[in-house]
Ligand binder design. Structure first.
Ligand code: COA
Length: 317
């Protein structure tokens, strides 16, 4: 496969650290030092589906395709206002596509899991052009009274169009059932027959454990995909890493021995937008003209589950 178009969309409401100080026992210094985040965009009047549509249309335009050219849509999403229908069904109608669609939930690693699915579809010739959209609103999973979690996240959407090509050089996905370090339980309707105890609470996170798993697993994944692609870290133009925390990004960069210029970041502006982080950052690099045909890119992400994914892609545009 190869990537031929990218797009992104962010909500209009920018919430700075200073704004959080007004209702949380926190401060800009703590948040900046521990996370690198200065502000995040949070959904207010927008619907997540509408933001996903903006990102999708931008990616289609960038790919010089229309919705009619798309044979399959994969939407990566953890939560949105609908449990059913899938977000991809809503997006499909709004962009005017007619192809089959599917939603996946691999948490923050969703973009890489979606790329892997797309590669398989293209390889067995079941599709020619695939639209991947990652649309996330983690701001609706956290308690805005909990300073340990709500300061970290933001909402947004990122999209990519992929087509047949030989530009995916290596891929590694992992899942290790480690569910207690990061989870969010959905409240279901009661029935007359439920006789088990059910506790619903906002997002639960053991921050330090997540931090350690993130760094260890990402470094391991990146080394493996580089090895499989026959590349060294110095052959890579950009390491496009999950934007959860600048300290996590810096730790991975230091372990790999890579200079700062080759590890772009926008976590300071958007916080952690879950699986949308990677395609949104890729879109920034693409639109700023920082990518050239033939550039080797490494993507790496981690998320609740624990899921991880990494791959090496050659830029084809
Ligand atoms: N403002 C001020 N103080 C805060 C705070 C905030 N927003 N959030 C937590 N604190 C306090 C804690 O209450 C704690 O106080 P205590 O020592 O009195 O108990 C203190 O800061 C240290 O907390 P700790 O959790 O040990 O800090 P940390 O250095 O591990 O940083 C995270 C916390 C969450 C920033 C960090 O662990 C992290 O980024 N983990 C990964 C999270 C992640 O990426 N999740 C998404 C994965 S997809």
């Amino acid at each position: 496969m190869k990537i031929i178009g990218t797009g992104a969309a962010h909500p209009k409401c920018a919430v700075t650290n200073e704004m959080l100080e007004k209702f949380l026992e926190t401060n800009d210094e703590w948040i900046t030092e521990r996370t690198g985040i200065k502000e995040r965009r949070v959904i207010s009047s927008e619907k997540l589906g509408d933001m996903a549509v903006i990102a999708a249309n931008k990616a289609l335009e960038d790919a010089n395709l229309t919705a009619a050219d798309i044979d399959y849509i994969i939407c990566s999403n953890v939560v949105n206002e609908y449990v059913t229908p899938a977000l991809s069904c809503i997006i499909q109608g709004k962009i005017g596509a007619t192809c089959p669609t599917v939603d996946i939930n691999a948490a923050c690693a969703g973009f890489i899991f979606a790329l892997d699915m797309a590669e398989d579809k293209l390889k067995c010739k079941k599709a020619k052009n695939i639209l991947i959209i990652c649309a996330e609103e983690p701001s609706r999973m956290v308690s805005w009274k909990n300073r340990s979690t709500c300061v970290l996240f933001g909402d947004g959407a990122g999209a990519a169009v992929v087509t047949e090509g030989d530009e995916l050089k290596s891929m590694r996905l992992t899942t290790s059932s480690l569910t207690e370090v990061l989870y969010y339980q959905r409240q279901l309707e009661p029935t007359p027959y439920i006789d088990k105890e059910e506790n619903f609470e906002p997002l639960v996170m053991k921050g330090r454990e997540v931090f350690k798993h993130a760094v260890t697993n990402s470094c391991r994944d990146i080394r493996k995909v580089l090895g499989e692609a026959g590349l060294k870290a110095e052959d890579v133009k950009y390491f496009v890493l999950h934007q959860a925390n600048k300290r996590i990004i810096d730790s991975i960069r230091n372990f790999l021995g890579v200079d700062e210029e080759r590890v772009p970041h926008n976590v300071e502006r958007y916080g952690n937008i879950s699986s949308a982080a990677l395609p949104a950052l890729l879109d920034e690099l693409n639109r700023e003209g920082k990518l050239e045909k033939g550039d080797k890119l490494v993507f790496s992400a981690f998320g609740a589950g624990f899921t991880t994914g990494a791959c090496v892609i050659e830029w084809a545009k």
